[in-house]
Design a protein around this ligand. Structure first.
Ligand SMILES: NC(=O)c1ccc[n+]([C@@H]2O[C@H](COP(=O)([O-])OP(=O)(O)OC[C@H]3O[C@@H](n4cnc5c(N)ncnc54)[C@H](OP(=O)(O)O)[C@@H]3O)[C@@H](O)[C@H]2O)c1
Length: 341
């Protein structure tokens, strides 16, 4: 089978497609024939050596796939054979075949394509954690979605709309008309304006009840200031540390700068302001599979009921993986980018 290998830290030349023997499922695992595989911002950071959770290199990235069950290992019910499924994988998903543990496999709803199915696990589970599990967003509240035009941003918008909250979202200007069509109430052009000032003006200086922020660094400081009493700040990424395709000293410098700009939250400030802060890292929940399964089932019901609308921006063939990385780094995507064998 073919798989996408990331050989070392670097620019696009460190990615290539190689042939390896087909994998065999261990006890408790299923062998999946991959039809579509999600490309995530984490894969970009990993390529540049900015993602400590990634496997050591050379490695095959890939947190999520959609495909069919080709084989099952010992202790797995053979009823899975041939089923169309969506899976979370702890890497290895950017390949024609991958073995995954039974707990990480879910039946694919018929209403979505392979590509749409592969957008669901990472983006929607992260957004669910941020908005529902930890953010506890309510219909009478407001939420600022930073990076609303990203995959997690679009997923968060679906969920916030379902809850009935008022939505504010930051994105490049050219993404605004798409976001308005998807139901975002207030797009903010954060690349040409100070989003904090725009948000405070739009909210008549009251701020919002929940902010979800994958930018990191100084944006978390500003986000905290933009919370209403009772407000929560959910932090889940450091996109602002990722400028340019190269690895090396520049990317270490960007990481160090972003880290130095991060805020510290004093308990007395939290208490007196009625504020909450929390972090989300989906990649650290592999031991919480029971909860993840409950969340995933709620999301798949959302697909059946029609309030979850997985959006695929663009599909690239495995051989075009370098182009796919570049496409995301140049901020050309609105939502998910998918790789197909
Ligand atoms: N903690 C977790 O569990 C978890 C899970 C999933 C994702 N994340 C994080 O969430 C963030 C967004 O992920 P995603 O999957 O939604 O990403 P995505 O779909 O690839 O979207 C990326 C978008 O982010 C914006 N952006 C901001 N800074 C950027 C930069 N320096 N370089 C390129 N684009 C930049 C761009 O939108 P504009 O053009 O509008 O600026 C771009 O289109 C990433 O930091 C990712 O690591 C965290």
């Amino acid at each position: 089978m073919r798989q996408i290998v990331n050989t070392t830290n670097g620019s696009y030349e460190v990615l290539y497609v190689q042939k390896v023997p087909d994998p065999e499922p261990k006890p408790g695992e299923l062998l999946i024939n991959v039809k579509a595989s999600g490309l995530n911002f984490a894969d970009i950071l990993a390529r540049k050596g900015q993602y400590p959770d990634g496997p050591s290199k050379p490695c095959v990235m890939g947190y999520e796939v959609a495909g069919t069950v080709e084989d099952v290992g010992e202790k797995v019910d053979s009823v899975w054979m041939g089923k169309e499924v969506i899976c979370l994988c702890r890497f290895g998903g950017q390949a024609e075949q991958v073995c995954v543990s039974e707990q990480q496999v879910f039946e694919k709803p018929e209403s979505v394509s392979w590509e749409q199915a592969a957008t669901i696990p990472v983006n929607y589970l992260t957004a669910w954690m941020l908005l529902v599990v930890m953010g506890a967003l309510k219909s009478y509240e407001s939420v600022l979605i930073q990076n609303a035009g990203g995959g997690v941003g679009l997923a968060a918008l679906d969920i916030a709309r379902h809850i009935g909250a008022t939505t504010y979202g930051t994105a490049s200007k050219r993404k605004h008309s798409f976001l308005l069509e998807r139901g975002l109430n207030h797009p903010i052009d954060y690349r040409n304006n100070n989003w904090y000032k725009v948000l405070m003006k739009l909210t008549e200086r009251r701020g919002v009840d929940l902010i979800i922020d994958p930018l990191g660094g100084k944006e978390w400081k500003r986000g905290y200031k933009a919370l209403r009493p009772g407000g929560r700040l959910g932090m889940f990424g450091i996109s602002s540390a990722s400028e340019g395709p190269e690895s090396g000293w520049q990317s270490y410098w960007n990481m160090a700068k972003t880290a130095a700009q991060m805020p510290f939250f004093h308990p007395l400030s939290l208490l007196n302001k009625n504020h909450g802060v929390f972090g989300v890292n989906l990649g650290h929940l592999w031991d919480e599979q029971e909860k993840v399964t409950i969340w995933m089932k709620a999301l798949l019901e959302g697909v059946q009921d029609g309030w979850i609308n997985p959006h695929v921006d663009r599909t690239f063939a495995f051989d075009e993986v370098a182009e796919a990385h570049r496409y995301i780094e140049e901020r050309r995507n609105i939502g998910k980018v998918i790789l197909v064998p």
